[in-house]
Ligand binder design. Sequence first.
Ligand code: AMP
Length: 282
Amino acid sequence: MQAITIFSNLKNAISSAKLSKKTIGFVPTMGALHKGHASLIKYALKECDNVVVSIFVNPTQFNNAEDLEKYPRTLDKDVAFLETISHNIIIYAPTANEVYGDQIASKSYNFGALETVMEGAHRSGHFDGVGTVLNKLFRQVTPHKAYFGEKDFQQLVIVKKLVKKEHLPIEIIGCPIHRQEDGLAMSSRNSRLTKNQLEIAPFIYKTLLEAKDKFRTLSASQLKKYVCAQFDQKEGLDLEYFEIVNEKNLQPLSRKRTHQKYRAFLAVYAGDVRLIDNIALN
Ligand code: AMP
């Protein structure tokens, strides 16, 4: 298997698949693939004849130059990994020029209140970058369905809004978070963790599970205080935010209502590695 790097070659591969009435699934990634990505690809392969996996570290969604520079890039390993999954995968690993042309810049989207909280509040311009690159990739790949992980739950909600805004005929499918046995959510950034950080990082999911348990009896502000106190006592992990929000509109919970679904989200630094995770509370 070889990665396609040029859009015109991708277009040919997709045209011939569509001519033979094949359905196309799409899993956009930034590479450094792991079992979390594989779980999305397997969902896609169950529902679609061919699955395009893009590998592209999108510069416009990074608000921190060092984070972009240090983001792991392992294309040869990724191609070998995808080969072990299926031969119905089309790998698309374009250059920035192939995706953006001469102007590597974000379009300014307005995702409303969805982008003013959590990742949007802490990573300025992040969702404009995500929206811009996905709009471009969706138009290049023209999939029937695209698969996104609940690991980036806020992104998943925003992508659903993006396809509506752009009138793209693509079904967006959310897939559950894939975790290591110790509970740590799989992430490409985990490869940057030291041995000691890998040992303490499962504390993140352990605390989310506790939050889920306490959600039945504590108010949102009591629960926030509890989680902040847990992280204050934990050496090696710095909590950036912990939020409890309504799953539909991502707005912070003030008063619990029946029939509404809530989720807890957090971002944590282990050294200079930023990790995010979330959990359904009810
Ligand atoms: P990334 O390469 O980190 O941009 O992720 C590409 C896609 O894989 C996104 O839709 C992520 O939400 C998804 N993803 C990353 N890690 C996981 C995981 N541990 N479980 C499920 N999906 C994931």
